[in-house]
Design a protein around this ligand. Structure first.
Ligand SMILES: [Zn+2]
Ligand SMILES: [Zn+2]
Length: 411
């Protein structure tokens, strides 16, 4: 078989199978009561204002890679190999989402000399009888096999919610790649309601969009760091429309990692190893507490942060996005991404960027202000609306999306 066919087959295998509390936080030894649990927000602000200048103390950043496949479906790594890759990267949590199978008995913590990570299990469900096999749904925390319900997407979403789980529309825009014989697996049924969020940025969909010819496939297979640029504008537009309609839709980024085996001449290579993916598009969440080491408690906390949208999407390859913050302070409280504040007496937005970059604040999908080469940005307003942040970075000769925050709502 020609080398190019081997690579094309690897890509095809990917898409063809794809179609088949402890309460309390501490600062300088003093216990800080998390704001979500206090009776009086004013009291907490008083504590915070007196004991710390920074806002991080009662939220902890965790880097999550939340969409990937193992040997249980069309991925090529075991859970142990995935955990090892996670330990070798900078992620704190991975969620393995095999197609139409909820794998039991593999969740837990993995540790080496330096790091400890948490591996959780979710599922990517779609109707395998449908052609083309669109409408893939990422399901987290349902704790039961729901793939038999896949023929009715709304029923499936309802069942996930009834089971206490979260649902995210996977690769909602997933363009066809005719040069390598791959179809469009976009989300099609937009009549659905009640889902938690969308996968705003899917690494493999963006890769597919680059495959104009078979030569492009080879080029990007061997130059993966040139693939990611930004989420598709169509899905950002859709997200803004849903938010403007008053829906709370949480955006996450996913790798859709498969660790596909590929070969070019004498060279054998895994196309996009897990570890590579874990260094690229991640979802950074904010949890109220540090990881406790108690699986049930930590799982619950992670899912809760995802549900509330206390999260942003970070493209960590050009530079780590750890440390990005977007908060809003109204008269009474400090709000994080995913939260709502009152605009009655004015709101101060604060943005902190890990390194100086181009940063835009958007209201209802439109840019209201852009800052250049700053690490700290402030904006004061009382206008009700949906506010979110996009940050761009220059990398390999191109301006690329670096950070996409979830919104803060001013009501
Ligand atoms: Zn999928
Ligand atoms: Zn997938």
């Amino acid at each position: 078989m020609r080398a190019i066919d081997v690579i094309i087959n690897a890509i095809s295998r990917y898409t063809s199978t794809k179609t088949s509390k402890q309460f309390g936080s501490y600062y300088q030894g003093r216990r800080i009561i998390p704001y979500r649990l206090t009776n009086s927000q004013l009291e907490l602000n008083k504590i915070l204002n007196t004991c710390r200048p920074e806002i991080d103390l009662y939220m902890h950043e965790q880097v999550v890679n939340l969409h990937m496949h193992s040997v249980y479906s069309d991925g090529h790594g075991t859970h142990h190999q995935i955990a090892t890759a996670a330990l070798n990267s900078d992620v704190d949590i991975v969620i393995v989402t095999d197609h139409n199978v909820l794998v039991h008995g593999v969740e837990g913590y993995f540790q080496n000399n330096h790091r400890k990570i948490l591996l959780l299990i979710g599922e990517e469900i779609h109707d395998q009888t449908r052609q083309p096999q669109k409408n893939h749904l990422l399901v987290f925390g349902a704790n039961k096999e729901l793939s038999p319900q896949a023929t009715n997407t709304q029923q499936l979403i309802d069942d996930v919610r009834a089971s206490g789980g979260l649902s995210f529309l996977a690769h909602p825009v997933d363009p066809a790649a005719p040069a390598v014989g791959e179809g469009d697996l976009s989300w099609e049924n937009w009549d659905i309601v009640g889902f938690t969020g969308i996968e705003l940025w899917n690494a493999m969909s963006e890769f597919k969009s680059r495959l104009k010819t078979k030569l492009h496939a080879i080029y990007y297979a061997f130059n993966p760091n040139r693939i990611a640029s930004r989420p598709f504008s169509d899905i950002i537009k859709k997200w803004d429309e849903l938010l403007a309609a008053g829906k709370r839709i949480v955006a996450v980024g996913g790798s859709d990692a498969h660790a596909l085996p590929g070969k070019l001449g004498p060279l054998q290579k895994t196309l996009f190893p897990y570890e590579y993916h874990f260094r690229t598009i991640n979802t950074h969440i904010f949890t109220t507490f540090e990881m406790s080491g108690d699986l049930n408690q930590d799982r619950k906390m992670v899912l809760s942060s995802l549900e509330r949208g206390n999260a942003f999407i970070g493209y960590d390859l050009p530079a780590s996005t750890r440390g990005f913050r977007f908060t809003a302070k109204d008269k009474d409280r400090l709000a994080w991404m995913g939260d709502t504040v009152s605009g009655a007496l004015g709101v101060t937005f604060q943005i902190r960027i890990p390194y100086p970059a181009e940063c835009s604040l958007l209201k209802d999908g439109r840019i209201v202000k852009t800052w250049y080469n700053l690490e700290h940005c402030t904006y004061i307003t009382s206008d009700p609306g949906v506010y979110r942040v996009e940050v761009y970075i220059d990398y390999l000769g191109r301006k690329r999306g670096w950070i996409y925050s979830n919104p803060i709502f001013i009501r």
